[in-house]
Design a protein around this ligand. Structure first.
Ligand SMILES: [Zn+2]
Length: 400
């Protein structure tokens, strides 16, 4: 697991490598950026470098290699510490996540559903252990996954540790966005930004893992997942591609079929996507069985994902209307998209996307899902019926 396995994150690598060279590595970092772009991967690799007893100089990946004067470092990969970190069994590396409550000594904490990363988990797995002497080498590293789910009290409890960490302790908070961290937490951590990966790289990585998957399926996942390779890899196993085909057909048929078939399609897709989500949680060891998920969360996620697919359909229609067929996500359904773009000008497709976003926020705010979907279907059908006076605009763009 070389550190430069984490690709296309030049800025993050440079920040960490500069700190290693200066021998003044900050004791608290916050790795922030989209899901599935290598934050956790780099956190584990950086921990391995900090714990390794014989760090070594290595060649940088192509996107960093232009800076030839710089010495890039990585763990040796051969010492006992490296072996244990690679297996994630190094006693001086602790990965902390909200579901760790299941291993807490107090039965009442174990019995709770892990809705957030609570203060009990943070106290027991970080604060109470941070001052322990490293059992093997010279450092102890704590990687807090989804640290933006830390409760306010957990963040407050951690403040003192972040402010005056023991000299051997390093804490890496891994978050999607910095918004949910308290300013006091943020001000004590060195930020390390991560960016979305190039579509072509995501597609290439997906193809390497699943060479038998049809080209259109791979292209859809790499484009739909916005450069989030980890998300795309999770979706390969699920039913996203099959579901989006159903939703797009239902949207294309909306003017003839009326609202009900669309509502039924979204309900079916949401339920199948919710099953994917639960299966993924079980597979990644976060829960043992479906009943351990937090209430209606999988279903809600399923509905939101289905609506995101629906918005993707109209986004493609809009792109075609603007002459940008090259960036279409649903390349396997071009005939359907072209036919829809013929009757829906880009402005109307944009209004449809706004209506879908409105429904998403209704669902997030606990609206009745079926009623919200019915209302959406009616509004979308009405949009379809609007007289189109933009035809000349579109044909002009096509000529250009
Ligand atoms: Zn080593």
């Amino acid at each position: 697991m070389p550190i430069f396995d984490v690709r296309h994150q030049a800025r993050a690598h440079c920040i960490l490598q500069r700190a290693m060279r200066s021998k003044r590595v900050p004791h608290a970092y916050v790795f922030h950026g989209p899901d599935g772009v290598g934050k956790r991967m780099l956190a584990v690799r950086f921990a391995r470098l900090l714990l390794c007893v014989r760090p070594t100089h290595v060649a940088a990946p192509p996107e960093l290699a232009q800076d030839k004067a710089v010495a890039w470092r990585d763990a040796c990969g051969e010492c006992e510490a490296c072996r244990l970190t690679a297996a994630e069994t190094h006693p001086d590396m602790q990965v902390v996540y909200k579901e760790l409550n299941r291993y807490h000594p107090a039965p009442e904490v174990r019995a709770r559903k892990a809705l957030d990363l609570g203060v009990d988990v943070v106290r027991h797995f970080i604060i109470d252990r941070v001052a322990d002497r490293p059992s093997h080498g010279h450092a102890r590293v704590f990687i807090v996954v989804d640290a933006d789910q830390m409760s306010i009290s957990a963040q407050n409890a951690l403040l003192k540790t972040l402010e005056e960490p023991p000299s051997a302790a390093f804490i890496i908070l891994v978050v999607r966005s910095l918004d949910r961290l308290l300013p006091t937490t943020l001000s004590r951590c060195q930020p390390v930004p991560f960016v979305a990966l190039p579509d072509a790289f995501v597609e290439e990585q997906l193809r390497a893992g699943r060479p038998a998957l049809p080209h259109d399926h791979l292209r859809f996942l790499s484009r739909y997942c916005n450069g989030q390779l980890g998300v795309a890899i999770r979706q390969v196993k699920g039913s996203l591609f099959e579901n989006k085909i159903v939703i797009n057909r239902a949207l294309a048929d909306l003017p003839q079929s009326g609202p009900s078939p669309f509502v039924r399609s979204v309900q079916d897709c949401a339920s199948s996507l919710a099953d994917d989500y639960v299966a993924e949680m079980i597979q990644s060891g976060l829960i043992d069985k479906a009943s351990e998920t937090s209430g209606a969360e999988p279903t809600r996620r399923g509905f939101l994902e289905s609506l995101n697919l629906a918005a993707g359909f109209y986004r493609d229609v809009m792109q075609i209307g603007c002459g940008r067929s090259d960036v279409v996500v649903n390349t396997d359904q071009m005939a359907l998209l072209n036919a829809t773009a013929e009757r829906l000008p880009p402005e109307v497709a944009a209004s449809a996307i706004r209506e879908i976003h409105r429904t998403e926020s209704d669902i997030v705010n606990n609206a009745n899902v079926v009623l919200a979907l019915e209302a959406l279907a009616i509004r979308l059908t009405r949009l379809e019926g609007l007289p189109s006076d933009h035809g000349h605009l579109r044909s002009r763009k096509k000529d250009a």
